[in-house]
Design a protein around this ligand. Structure first.
Ligand code: AHR
Length: 494
């Protein structure tokens, strides 16, 4: 059955650019994200470049990941970057206390990460250690990575084989300062932020983009206190973390979930919209010109780990449910792209809502990968504002809006419209009014599968993959679309 929905796309009212930095990813030293995911070492039989998997580099290039955050997460506030430079056999080991208590041998460090970003063609985003580090240590890291002149740290960098600085723009000043980053109170962190960020300047060509550790989901007071106490010229971005988790004590399985669990996950994902609206309203009070970006540098679904895997490694499968989270969340980010100008899905490989899963030499693309690949046509395109009247997705007496949408026009004048139908059972008939648009033809791609729990495995890697979509009909400025249950569609109008 198909329900009726109406959308107006204001094609004559192109707004701000959807920053491609919304398409950022996250690589923490956690489980098999870095080791076994990105990095296998130069001596591995898995094809690699300086130890980095070639299959991963190719997949992430195709995905057009805009930036990559490293080395954490919680790990970042235990990480001492000087342990990860110089000859690998001389690097000291440490214990990864947050994630499984495993030994970290520091074989993947600053050079390895920044050279890898060059290989992938993505902007690095370094997360500084504020929780257990020092002001000097973070200042030295900026100097090591970015300083072009003669200095103790730039000399050390050259000694370690890198002449030119990498000129890293994005810097996080601690992570989850309210939790694993030091359990600080917002007033205290605001002062700490001011101190650390003061000594990060002076080493780079141009201005670096400093990101303050932001609120945990709906902790609006955190945003208020930071905006009030950190001078606007000291900060470029304020972070926000929100996971689509059902219940922190009962997250539920990643594949064998019920429709009720699916519904709750969707509710948590859609909550991102009100979170952004409320945090933005607070930011507007102190920064009406929206100079400071809201940086959602951790988002995604979080479930129980795969049975039999290390609980500290956060390895989970990725189904059509995750494709729905990705589709609606990116639509939300696009529609709030005046304030949300950067974001990072957690995490890239083998951890939480991953885009890639690896098993020794094998690598598969998840449904989330496919959504992000289909959506990357929106990167740096101009947002076309929409109004939407949608049917409900109902389960018992609970309901959620079934259809989510965003639209943009790229620099070549091509319009893209992304549509998601989260309804697990019912398709949707959608009428789109393309106000002020003049188009000759529509084409499209769809990601859909028989069941919400469908996913790709190492044995069946292409069960869920994009296909050509033939369900859209264009007549003048009216577009009619038949959107199947639990599907993501990206239309292209020329
Ligand atoms: O992404 C996993 C963890 O979630 C990160 O390390 C931390 O910042 C957050 O709590």
């Amino acid at each position: 059955t198909f329900g009726q929905n109406e959308i107006t796309v204001n094609a004559d009212d192109a707004k701000q650019i959807i920053s491609k930095q919304i398409y950022g990813h996250f690589a923490e030293h956690l489980g098999r994200c870095v080791y076994g995911g990105f990095y296998v070492g130069e001596n591995s039989k898995i094809p690699n470049t300086a130890g980095v998997r070639n299959d991963v580099v190719a997949a992430l290039k195709k995905l057009k990941i805009a930036n990559l955050r490293w080395p954490g997460g919680c790990f970042a506030d235990t990480y001492h970057w000087k342990d990860g430079i110089g000859p690998k056999d001389k690097r000291p080991s440490m214990v990864n206390t947050w994630w499984g208590g495993v030994t970290e041998n520091n074989s993947f460090g600053t050079h390895d990460f920044l050279n890898m970003c060059e290989l992938i063609g993505t902007e690095p985003y370094l997360a500084g250690n504020v929780g257990s580090g020092t002001v000097q240590e973070l200042s030295d890291w900026v100097q090591y990575v970015n300083f072009a002149g003669e200095s103790p740290m730039s000399n050390l960098r050259k000694q370690n084989g890198r002449d030119k600085p990498w000129n890293v723009k994005y810097w996080g000043v601690g992570n989850e300062a309210w939790g694993c980053g030091g359990n600080m109170r917002p007033d205290y962190y605001a002062d700490i932020y001011r101190k650390y960020s003061t000594f990060m300047t002076g080493w780079s060509e141009g201005n670096i983009f400093r990101i303050a550790s932001g609120a945990n989901s709906s902790d609006y007071n955190w945003t208020e206190v930071l905006m009030k106490n950190i001078p606007g010229n000291m900060v470029s971005g304020l972070a926000l973390h929100h996971y689509s988790v059902i219940d922190w004590n009962r997250k539920g399985p990643s594949t064998t979930f019920s429709e009720d669990q699916y519904f709750t996950t969707m509710q948590r994902a859609l909550f991102m919209d009100s979170l952004i609206i409320k945090h933005s309203a607070i930011m507007d009070k102190y920064d009406p010109r929206k100079r400071i970006a809201l940086v959602v540098d951790e988002w995604g679904g979080w479930y129980d780990v795969e049975p039999g895997s290390n609980p500290g490694f956060l390895y989970q499968q990725n189904t059509m449910r995750d494709a729905m989270i990705a589709g609606v969340t990116l639509n939300i980010f696009h529609n709030h792209s005046d304030r949300v100008r950067m974001a990072n899905l957690a995490q890239t490989i083998n951890v939480l809502q991953a885009v890639l899963l690896t098993n020794e030499e094998k690598m598969i693309l998840t449904p989330t990968y496919h959504v992000m690949e289909m959506y990357n046509v929106h990167q740096d395109a101009k947002l076309l504002p929409i109004t939407i009247k949608t049917k409900d997705y109902t389960l018992g007496n609970k309901k959620l809006p079934a259809v989510s949408c965003s639209a943009s026009r790229d620099s070549l004048g091509v319009t893209h419209i992304s549509l998601v139908n989260i309804d697990a059972k019912n398709g949707q008939d959608i009428t789109l009014n393309l106000k002020g648009g003049k188009y000759a033809a529509v084409t499209g791609r769809i990601l859909a599968s028989g069941k919400i729990e469908d996913h790709n495995t190492f044995e069946n890697p292409d069960k869920v993959k994009p296909a050509t979509f033939n369900g859209a009909v264009l007549k003048g400025t009216t577009l009619t679309v038949k959107l199947p249950a639990c599907s993501v569609v990206v239309l292209e109008l020329k």
